[in-house]
Design a protein around this ligand. Structure first.
Ligand code: G3P
Length: 217
């Protein structure tokens, strides 16, 4: 499973990139606004911090506008992935871009039929939002399972990029289903490593080692 971080906070991205565990970055207009940074400048900076795909989302709602914005964004780095919404205009833009070798992440996916269209449009990634599904009483993870089944039925190359991840259990469930990528806030990535028994065990090792009076170096 690839781990992407879902943020435009370059400090967080740099720290996670240093772990060697980060495979890419996703952003969206809300995350850009939250960063308080200039969109073009922050995407260009992020593209230099990681080698993996960096999703930059268009804001236009029509295909032509999306393609014009995509052209501008693609100039910011070789690893830029164009993010388009799951609308007919977005799918048309996706088809045009993917036919020209551009990586596209089709976002705001909330149904398996939408995901089927994204794959047919040649998307490199589809971003089904699990947390927002859960928020309204639907089982977001069942959507991931449905998409996995459909994509495997037809050997689609589109990667399932699980988004709107709120906690480690989302990552666990997505990994058991076989999703390709999970994009998550920095805090969730860090929470994946946490376990109280690990902490307790380490405290015990440290206490017992201290009694030996020895040092390794
Ligand atoms: O990449 C999509 C993600 O940022 C949405 O997350 O928590 O706003 O549903 P959330």
């Amino acid at each position: 499973m690839k781990f992407f971080v879902d943020t435009a906070d370059t400090t967080e991205i740099e720290a996670l990139a240093a772990t060697g565990l980060l495979d890419g970055v996703t952003t969206n207009p809300s995350l850009i606004a939250k960063s308080g940074k200039n969109f073009i400048q922050v995407i260009a900076a992020i593209a230099k911090l990681v080698d993996g795909p960096v999703s930059a989302e268009v804001i236009a709602s029509d295909t032509r506008g999306m393609l014009l914005e995509a052209e501008r964004l693609l100039g910011l780095g070789d690893n830029i992935t164009i993010k388009v919404p799951l609308t007919m205009d977005g799918l048309r833009a996706c088809k045009t871009l993917s036919d020209n070798g551009v990586m596209v992440n089709v976002t705001l996916c909330f149904s398996a039929t939408q995901a089927l269209l994204a794959a047919k449009a040649g998307a490199a990634f589809v971003s089904p939002f699990v947390g927002r599904h859960d928020d309204v009483g639907f089982d977001g993870m069942s959507l991931i399972a449905d998409i996995r089944t459909i994509y495997d039925n037809y050997a689609f190359d589109t990667e399932i990029l699980v988004a709107s991840v709120r906690h480690p259990v989302h990552v666990l469930q997505a990994a058991k289903i076989g999703a390709d990528v999970a994009t998550m806030p920095p805090a969730v990535i860090r929470a994946l490593a946490n376990h109280p028994l690990t902490d307790r065990g380490l405290d015990g090792f440290d206490a017992d080692w201290a009694k030996t009076g020895q040092s390794i170096l």
